[in-house]
Design a protein around this ligand. Sequence first.
Ligand code: TRP
Length: 333
Amino acid sequence: MKDRVLSGMRPTGKLHLGNLYGALDNWIKLQDKDYERFYFVADWHALTTGFNESKDIPDNTIEMVADWLSFGLDPDKDTIFVQSLVKEHAELFLLLSMVTPVGWLERVPSYKDQIAQLGKSKTSNYGFLGYPVLMAADIIIYKAAHIPVGIDQVAHLEFTRELVRHFNASVNKDVFVEPKPLLTEVPKILGLDGRKMSKSYDNAIYLSDTEEETNKKLRTMFTDPRRKRKTDPGVAEECGIFMLHKIFTEKEKQQEIKSACANAEIGCVECKKLLSENLNSTLAPIRQKRAELLKSKDTIKDILTDGSLKAQEAAKNTLNEVKDAIFSTKRIG
Ligand code: TRP
């Protein structure tokens, strides 16, 4: 059996450049490797802290998956599915919850952080506390070995690994494998205001933005604050515009820009114009594919239904093993 890769995203809606080049790009790169790949929409996870926004989940799912597909995820190569369409995740979540010590959950670093960030009202629910168990179930039900995620998810994976050891020891059988995070170098991407690009900061450039919208946003974007006048030298590496040049502009030209910035030979307006051209020519075909896909949302839904059935086959196999290990092969259900 080939090693499996798995990752998921909450359906927060359309993706911005930070999501695309920080996370999704790594998923696409794995297509060249000899893995079986599973990528899913973590819609139940979205409910753990956002039950009041649950009405947006279906639309957000379609928008996000349109981004995935236009950016290069390929249903012929990757199994693309929706968590809530594979009910086996919920059954494994329930079984795992029987052996999960509550103290472990309270000690997960994001537990306290999120309570501080989101407040008690959004985080006092039992599902929020159990979130790491659900995430563990998502992963180990496929026996996935490699999990491409950001650094913020590493503590959750450590939790999963501990739970795997604990469960295997409890049933005296190595049913599950311990997954490892696949941390790849991610480019730093700043938003329009110089902070990290993020939907919640309202400072993002989206794949769904038109060329005109993108250009307008870039024109307002913060640059290196050292460059108050065109004659002030700057440090390209610390400029949000240059961080994007690193993605969209060819290497040689990047070097030119870097030294031109340091010597105050290029103005920020000109530098942004160059970026606009390069960024738009890269994104144009992707935007077009996205628009096409969204014309037939049923095609997207079909891809997700088919992918979910495929995922379910794999999930069922593991769940049967789990139930055999808990109840013996003479089990009734
Ligand atoms: N916890 C992830 C996030 O909030 C999403 C997620 C859920 C996930 N289950 C997963 C990621 C399993 C990787 C593997 O972004």
